[in-house]
Design a protein around this ligand. Structure first.
Ligand SMILES: *Cc1c(COP(=O)(O)O)cnc(C)c1O
Length: 723
């Protein structure tokens, strides 16, 4: 797929065209890949730019240029410090920028000054000549080095401003210009930093090393990149996409840097490691991350981690706009999706939901900026009588012109089947493409862009435990997750692969226990199973889609084997995992299940003991964690929803009588009973404002659903094109 996208020119400087991609695939190895481009080393004063630049230049056999010594001083014919003293900070920046604007070099390693990035014109100029590498060095290390260098003042530093203030201020400029971040561990030597620079630059110029494969791929395939994977969702052979070379491991010293960072900062650093900068530039990624996690979560930590009792902790994944953990992925995913779309097409995302996905999708896509909305719309189908009242109110109140929910007088299965049928009908998809320039797509939990953001919150959970002093980095922790489609669990396995010291991921099922039986026996057998409705409906799932990624992982990437097994699951409703692979699987995961009674009892007892109200899904995890843990390390419960979302079951668990009928009153009543966690403001607002709001209801008739799809496309795209 060609990736020429409609972005402002400046941002597009390094976006990758198809031509560049194929050029890159034939020009890898050696520094020849630089093709005369410079490596521009950027960073704070005292970060080590000059020293690191020299080592890098030496290793690549390229000339080193230090802007301070080789450019400014030779131009001004005086030391930089003297110039600064003579003209003052403001004027210094201007003159420094002017010099850089006239600077030209190629095939060099250029160490910029710490203040160059404050001059936009100069930066635009040098950025054209090469790749900007940001040495992201620990603040403590920098202060030490400045002290050793006897630096007592930095350009632009006002009286009374500390070094750390100014370093913080400067950071935003560095983040604005970087192509690549080199995250330096605390105490990294210049040699180690230089090695990281070399690796990062090589990665930058070697996009073709970061492709994705289908879990069912058997042999050579076409090269598939991040943007392809995000837009396609499912691989053409029916498999799921995984990174061909797995996840890169992050060293403990780098993890330690993340301990003191905010959630958006951590997200940015981690996602940069997993998304090639030529697919999504670091600068654009930063904008998306800040929009997703900057202010739409009601807790400053985004995912706060609290102690529940003893050494049992709880990761609260429900502080997003729709009160379930799906917000963590779906506040970011729509932005990635819109960014990766090929030009000239409109996309209509079709979603069938039986609960939490619908509102999270509507919220996430609803927040897209105008230019993206012109190309992307969402239509959610939900069963009129198959979701809770609260979920229905959430969806209808989040409906907008380009992101709408419609209910169907049928069950979830009908909604899902109808959508699948639309995708498969060439007559329909062809008609939509020709008449409206519109392609149908999905946003379900197998999409890589939904899984990837979840790696961040598992990492953040561990880091928060380190920050609070509950553990030290390196200590093992178990993580217990209420598991449906295995997305949450799979991202915990990925976090472990990146080096987060998670010992076991414990999968918790309710009475629909196909997954936990599989993890315990190696038999995935759906023949005798019927889906049983439970009070934890988000994990009422028998065919757990992301499990395929895990099987692929433990098989060492054996696509033929995965294909065999999952074809067998479709044809014969069962497969068996060989013992050797089961053993490997159990290195990372454990599993158990919890009855309805035990789930409700857990809510009751936890509340009685601590005042904390668990939602039904977290309660399932609590029960299973108690049974599976060996008490040699802390365990974290994954709280995937706020209790308010499942209020009726929580009332039953707490043995409350005379439950109010009105959902808002129900939440108020529970808030009164709970000392923890805090009430969910957005959830309440949504019930308050739109109580009883109308929504379109359609008959259980495929052609009626198709009419809705066509009407939605006309409304969303044609109208905009006319204006
Ligand atoms: C979706 C959901 C789950 C299941 O997560 P998977 O990633 O599908 O395993 C669990 N709990 C809640 C509240 C959910 O909304």
């Amino acid at each position: 797929m060609a990736l020429l996208r409609s972005r402002p020119l400046a941002q597009r400087a390094f976006r990758c065209s198809l031509a560049l991609k194929s050029w890159l695939s034939t020009h890898t190895s050696t520094a020849g890949y630089l093709k005369g481009k410079n490596i521009l080393i950027m960073g704070a004063p005292g970060a080590g730019k000059t020293t690191v630049g020299r080592i890098v230049a030496h290793k690549l056999g390229l000339p080193a240029v230090d802007v301070d010594d080789d450019v400014l001083e030779t131009t001004w014919k005086m030391p930089v410090a003297a110039k600064l003293a003579a003209v003052g900070g403001e004027r210094f920046l201007q003159e420094e920028g002017q010099v850089l604007c006239n600077f030209s070099a190629s095939g060099c390693v250029v160490s910029l000054t710490g203040s160059n990035p404050l001059h936009p014109e100069a930066m635009r100029h040098v950025k054209q000549s090469g790749t900007v590498v940001y040495l992201d060095v620990d603040g403590g290390d920098i202060l030490q080095r400045l002290h050793r260098m006897k630096v007592d003042r930095i350009v632009g530093q006002e009286a009374g401003q500390s070094f750390s203030d100014i370093l913080k201020y400067r950071k935003q400029f560095y983040e604005q210009w970087l192509d690549i971040r080199v995250l330096c561990g605390r105490g990294d030597t210049p040699e180690e930093m230089a090695e990281k620079v070399l690796q990062a630059v090589e990665r930058f110029y070697n996009l073709t090393a970061e492709t994705f494969v289908s879990t069912r791929a058997d042999g050579e395939e076409r090269k598939t990149y991040f943007s392809d994977v995000v837009v396609e969702g499912l691989a053409p052979d029916g498999g799921l996409y995984v990174p061909k070379n797995g996840f890169s491991k992050i060293a403990p010293r780098e993890w330690l840097r993340l301990v003191d960072m905010s959630y958006p900062e951590r997200a940015l650093v981690l996602l940069e490691k997993c998304i090639h900068p030529l697919e999504v530039s670091a600068v654009d990624l930063r904008e998306m991350v800040s929009k997703a996690y900057g202010s739409s979560f009601s807790n400053e930590d985004v995912v706060p981690v609290k102690r529940l009792m003893d050494d049992m902790y709880i990761q609260e994944l429900f502080h997003g706009p729709t009160a379930s953990f799906k917000d963590l992925a779906l506040q970011l995913m729509p932005q990635l999706f819109a960014y990766c779309l090929p030009p000239m097409c409109n996309y209509l995302i079709l979603v069938a939901t039986s609960g939490d996905t619908g509102s999270a999708v509507l919220s996430g896509f609803g927040r897209l900026r105008d230019e993206d909305r012109r190309k992307t719309a969402v239509l959610v189908f939900f069963p009129e009588d198959g979701v809770s009242r609260i979920q229905k109110l959430q969806m209808t109140s989040l409906s907008r012109s380009h992101a709408k929910a419609v209910s169907v007088r049928s069950d979830f299965d009908f909604c899902q089947r109808s959508i699948k049928r639309m995708f498969g009908e060439a007559g329909l998809t062809g008609h939509l493409a020709v008449e409206f320039g519109t392609v149908l797509s999905t946003a379900n939990s197998i999409n890589w862009a939904r899984l990837l953001p979840q790696v961040v919150y598992h990492s953040a959970t561990y880091l928060n435990l380190c920050r609070s002093g509950a553990i030290q980095f390196g200590d093992p922790v178990d993580l217990c997750i209420p598991t449906g489609n295995f997305g949450n669990a799979m991202s915990a396995v990925y976090a472990k692969q990146m080096g987060v010291p998670i010992r076991k991921v414990i999968c918790a099922s309710n009475c629909n226990r196909a997954v936990s039986d599989f993890i315990n026996t190696g038999e995935y057998d759906l023949r005798e199973r019927r889906l049983m409705p439970s009070c934890s409906p988000a994990i009422d799932i028998l065919k757990s889609s992301n499990l395929e990624r895990f099987v692929h992982h433990v098989s060492g990437g054996d696509g033929a084997l995965v294909k065999d097994m999952f074809s067998s699951l479709d044809a014969r409703r069962r497969f068996t995992l060989p013992d050797s692979l089961l053993g490997r699987m159990r290195r990372d995961v454990r599993a158990g299940w919890c009855s309805e009674q035990d789930c409700l009892a857990a809510i009751y007892h936890v509340h009685a003991r601590s005042g904390y109200i668990l939602d039904t899904h977290a309660a399932v995890a609590k029960v299973v964690a108690d049974r599976q843990r060996d008490r040699t390390c802390p365990v974290v419960i994954s709280a995937t929803a706020h209790y308010g979302k499942f209020a009726p079951a929580v009332f039953e668990a707490l043995r409350v009588e005379n439950i109010p009928d009105n959902p808002l009153e129900q939440l108020k009543r529970l808030d009164f009973a709970a000392s923890k966690p805090e009430k969910h403001q957005k959830l309440m607002e949504c019930l308050k404002n739109r109580n009883g709001r109308e929504h379109a209801v359609c008959e259980a008739d495929y052609s009626v659903l198709v009419e809705h799809v066509e009407a939605m496309i006309e409304e969303s795209f044609l109208k905009v094109m006319e204006t």
